[in-house]
Design a protein. Structure first.
Ligand code: UDP
Ligand code: MG
Length: 169
């Protein structure tokens, strides 16, 4: 019940998730799906101890992607980015846990796979910035905006995590 109220509050006011309830938006991009990396990426987030609260496969519309990447609309790579991101299905996810926004950016690596150390997703599976396999929100505020953009309320699930006592003291 508390989870449901918090979910509604967070979606409407784009705030409300902190501590172990912090949430982020992660998406396996079309190249990641084509290259069969969906399972590997989910595996890393699961094993880390984060909780999956939303998951779907969809082909994103150009309108959705333009809204998602609106901050980059003036960049020279913008139209190529929209074409790439709409070229095939993506796996959109919401993951929850303590410091999940900051930690998932570390798990992804740098924007350019060339600058991403081995052990990160982009460092292990990407070569070029234009095909960097995975998206992750860059701040709590953008996470909230992106979750509200990609997911309806009834697609975000509240479930009791039986391992939470082994993850949080
Ligand atoms: N991108 C690109 N060329 C660039 C910079 C970014 O194609 O020079 C793409 C890349 O797919 C990146 C996305 O635009 O993931 C969004 O860029 P941002 O700076 O937000 O990087 P991110 O947050 O994904 O690391
Ligand atoms: Mg970004």
């Amino acid at each position: 019940m508390i989870c449901l109220v918090l979910t509604i509050f967070a979606n409407i006011f784009q705030t409300g998730w902190t501590g172990p309830n912090e949430r982020t938006f992660i998406a396996v991009k079309p190249d990641g799906v084509q290259r069969r990396l969906v399972g590997e990426i989910i595996r890393r987030f699961e094993k880390k101890g984060y909780k999956l609260v939303g998951l779907k496969l969809l082909q994103a519309s150009e309108d959705l992607l333009r809204e998602h990447y609106w901050e980059l609309r003036g960049k020279p790579f913008f139209s190529g980015l929209i074409r790439y991101m709409s070229s095939g299905p993506v796996v959109a996810m919401v993951w929850q846990g303590l410091d999940v926004v900051k930690m998932s950016r570390k798990m992804l690596g740098e924007t350019n796979p060339r600058d991403s150390p081995p052990g990160t997703i982009r460092g292990d599976y990407g070569v070029e910035v234009g095909r960097n396999v995975v998206h992750g929100s860059d701040s709590v505020a953008s996470a909230q905006r992106e979750i509200a953009l990609w997911f309806r309320l009834n697609e975000l699930h509240c479930w009791e995590d039986s391992s939470s006592h082994w993850l949080y003291a």
